[in-house]
Design a protein around this ligand. Structure first.
Ligand SMILES: [Zn+2]
Length: 233
């Protein structure tokens, strides 16, 4: 009772379920023993902003430059329709560096909401590395704060992001994590992540499957679902 009892969120995406205990799981740095069936389903999805919800424009303070990631709206709406609560956890060190203002961040975030729909909580770290704050990802403060704001426990949250620091923040807080790489994601991040999805839609597939596990089919994997993933490392 090892691999078969693990949730889909902790399977190496793109590998056949019968071989889930292969080298990828054996070498993954953050294989978790919690977050399994005993922890209950995922209720809350916490999303990185830049490079995950929207195209990354470094230190952007101009809402007119905000562009949603491809198919992001429909993927988020699938999660909403499945009953999941959505929140945003974002590092904005441009504030500490004096490159953007709080008003600009608020304007950009308002544009994100206009494009992608409502989020139940926004948690923003305004610091840079020098501040050694509790909240700058990969530290877990934003995840803890988002969970607290929603009356949720981190173990029922999953963090989605395009960098290892996003999923590491989730892991540090006791949440699950799914890396959704872009072209600029370091390959080392992809190799180190325990769960990787090729798109927000693929991540939504994993999350919804865990929320609503198919009865009587717990050891089978739908070919349709598997086909939406790719081996990335
Ligand atoms: Zn901070």
């Amino acid at each position: 009772m090892t691999d078969d009892t693990r949730s889909p969120l902790h399977r190496p995406v793109g590998h056949h379920a019968d071989h889930a205990g292969d080298e990828h799981t054996a070498t993954g740095p953050r294989q978790q023993t919690e977050g399994n069936a005993a922890a209950g389903p995922i209720e809350t999805v916490l999303l990185d902003r830049d490079g995950t919800l929207i195209i990354d424009v470094p230190y952007n303070g101009d809402p007119s430059l905000v562009e949603a990631m491809p198919a992001a709206r429909s993927a988020l709406d699938r999660l909403r329709a499945a009953g999941l609560t959505l929140g945003v956890v974002t590092n904005q060190s441009g504030l500490a560096r004096g490159l953007i203002t709080e008003d600009q961040v608020a304007a950009v975030n308002a544009r994100v909401t206009a494009l992608l729909g409502p989020f139940a909580t926004w948690q923003i770290c305004p610091h840079d590395d020098a501040a050694r704050c509790r909240c700058r990802k990969p530290r877990p403060g934003l995840v803890h704060d988002a969970a607290a704001a929603l009356g949720e426990t981190p173990r029922r949250c999953v963090v989605l992001g395009d960098r290892l620091r996003d999923v590491a923040a989730g892991s540090a807080a006791g949440a699950s994590g799914i890396l959704i790489p872009t072209a600029s994601t370091p390959h080392a991040d992809i190799r180190a992540a325990s769960t990787v999805a090729v798109s927000l839609h693929a991540a939504a597939d994993l999350i919804i499957a865990r929320r609503q596990p198919p009865t009587g089919r717990r050891n089978s994997r739908s070919p349709d679902r598997l086909s939406t993933y790719a081996v990335l490392s």
